[in-house]
Design a protein around this ligand. Structure first.
Ligand code: ZN
Ligand code: ZN
Length: 402
C-alpha cells in the first residue's frame, strides 16, 4: 500500500492490483511434522483440518529439523546413519508488496544424506551443516540444492569421532574441536576452517561445548564457562567469550534457542531453571526459576516477547522474556517425571501460528493450546508415541490464475 497525501486528505492507494494478477485472497496453512519415539515414522498433520494427511516411513526413529523457510523438514535418524529430506509442501514467495503462499502435498525429496551418527543440524545463511558424530565431520547442503534433489555441496575433513557441531557460511566453517584426551567427552572449543580445510587462527576455548542458536545476526555456542558469541557477517568470523555472571549459581547451558523478532537467547540452566541471555546488555544473564523440573522449551516466533516452558508436572508456562518472569500457566498433560532416562518419551513443543502444540506420547495425541488466551482448544489423535515436532506454515496471498 502507498500512502499519498493530497490536499490534507490521506488516500490509501492499493497497488497490489497493479503489480500482480488479481489476488484471490489470503490463505493460511499450517502443518505439523511429528516423529514417533520408537516407531520409524514421520506423521504429517494439517492443523486447520485437524487431521493426519500423510505418514512417511523412515529407517529409524527421527529427530526433526525444519529449515528457516519451512520448505524443508530433515528427519535425522541417528540409529540408521541417515538424514532424510521431506518437502513440507508449504512455501512462500516474496512478491515485494505481498507474500504468496503455495501449498502442495508433502513429499519425500529423494534426498538421503548418509553418514555415521548424524546429530546437530545448523542452518546459517542458506547453508545447512549436518554434523556426523561418528566421523567427526560435517556434510554441508543448501535448501536450494536439497529441493533440487542434489544433496551435499561439500564436507569437512574427517576428524576424531565426537558429539559435535558445525556452522558454515559461503567462506568459513566453524567446527567443534574434540577433546583429544577423551573424545567421548564434549568438545573443548571451536575452530574456524576455510573452504580448503585450512584452520584460521587457534581454537576458541569452549569447555563442554553443547548447544548453539542464532538470534538475528548473532550466533552463540554454550560452554561450561559461558557463551561464545559469534558474528559471521564479517570478512572473518569474530568470536567473543561471554562468561557466565559471577552471581549465577553453578550450572551451565547445554541447549539454547534464539529469540525471533527480539534478539535474545533462551537456555536451560540446571534442571529447574532457564536463563535469558542478552549479549548486548551489561547484565547479560537473567535466571528464571521454574516451579518444577523442565521438560522442553520453545520461543514464540510471532509474539516475540513470549517463550514457553513445559515442566514435568504436565504444565505449560508462558515466559515473558522482557519481564523475565512466567505470566501464565496451564495444565496440558498428565505428569511426566524427569526421573528415568533422559530420552524417555516426554512432551515436546512447537508454535504454529496462534497455537502452541504439545506432543503427549503417553496418550498418543498432540494437544493444541491457544497462544493468546492460554487455553486448551483441542487435541489430535495420532496413536503411537508422538515425540519430536516441528510446525511449518503461515498466511499469504493466492492468485486467481492458480
Ligand atoms: Zn503475488
Ligand atoms: Zn547434542
Amino acid at each position: 500500500m502507498t500512502r499519498v497525501q493530497t490536499g490534507g486528505t490521506v488516500i490509501l492507494l492499493t497497488t497490489l492490483a497493479l503489480t500482480c494478477a488479481a489476488l484471490a485472497g489470503e490463505k493460511t496453512a499450517w502443518r505439523l511434522f511429528v516423529s514417533d519415539h520408537s516407531e520409524s515414522i514421520v506423521n504429517v498433520i494439517d492443523l486447520l483440518k485437524h487431521e493426519k494427511i500423510e505418514a512417511f516411513a523412515t529407517k529409524a526413529p527421527a529427530r526433526l529439523y525444519r529449515s528457516k523457510t519451512g520448505r524443508t523438514v530433515l528427519a535425522v535418524q541417528r540409529g540408521a546413519d541417515l538424514v532424510t529430506a521431506i518437502d513440507s509442501g508449504i512455501s512462500f514467495e516474496d512478491h515485494g508488496d505481498h507474500g504468496d503462499l503455495k501449498v502442495k502435498p508433502p513429499r519425500l525429496l529423494g534426498v538421503e544424506i548418509a553418514g555415521k551418527q548424524p546429530s546437530h543440524v545448523v542452518e546459517h545463511g542458506g547453508e545447512i551443516a549436518i554434523f556426523f558424530d561418528g566421523e567427526g565431520r560435517a556434510r554441508i547442503a543448501s535448501e536450494r540444492t536439497i529441493q533440487e534433489s542434489k544433496p551435499v555441496l561439500r564436507k569437512t575433513a574427517p576428524g576424531l569421532p565426537h558429539h559435535g557441531v558445525a556452522v558454515t557460511n559461503d567462506r568459513y566453517t566453524l567446527i567443534s574441536e574434540p577433546n583429544a584426551q577423551n573424545s567421548g567427552e564434549l568438545p573443548i572449543g571451536i575452530s574456524i576452517v576455510d573452504k580448503s580445510g585450512a584452520q584460521i587462527g587457534g581454537v576458541h576455548s569452549c569447555p563442554d561445548l553443547h548447544g548453539e542458536a542464532t538470534s538475528g545476526n548473532i550466533l552463540a555456542f554454550s560452554c561450561a564457562s559461558g557463551l561464545l558469541v559469534v558474528s559471521m557477517d564479517v570478512s572473518t568470523p569474530q568470536i567473543k567469550h561471554l562468561p557466565y555472571a559471577a552471581a549465577l549459581p553453578s550450572g551451565k547451558t547445554t541447549t539454547m534457542l534464539g529469540g525471533r523478532g527480539l534478539q535474545y537467547f533462551l537456555g536451560n540452566y540446571g534442571s529447574d531453571k532457564v536463563v535469558l541471555i542478552d549479549p548486548a546488555e551489561a547484565e547479560s544473564f537473567r535466571l528464571v526459576t521454574l516451579p518444577m523440573r523442565r521438560v522442553d522449551f520453545a520461543v514464540d516466533p510471532v509474539r516475540a516477547k513470549f517463550a514457553y516452558v513445559f515442566t514435568e508436572d504436565g504444565r505449560l508456562h508462558r515466559l515473558d522474556v522482557i519481564a523475565g518472569e512466567i505470566d501464565g500457566s496451564l495444565r496440558v498433560t498428565e505428569p511426566y517425571s524427569m526421573d528415568g532416562h533422559w530420552n524417555d518419551p516426554r512432551p515436546r513443543l512447537a508454535v504454529a501460528g496462534d497455537k502452541i502444540v504439545v506432543t503427549d506420547p503417553s496418550r498418543g495425541v498432540v494437544s493444541l493450546v491457544d497462544a493468546t488466551s492460554l487455553t486448551k482448544t483441542g487435541e489430535i489423535a495420532l496413536g503411537g508415541r508422538p515425540f519430536n515436532i516441528v510446525a511449518v506454515g503461515g498466511s499469504g496471498q493466492t492468485h486467481d490464475d492458480e
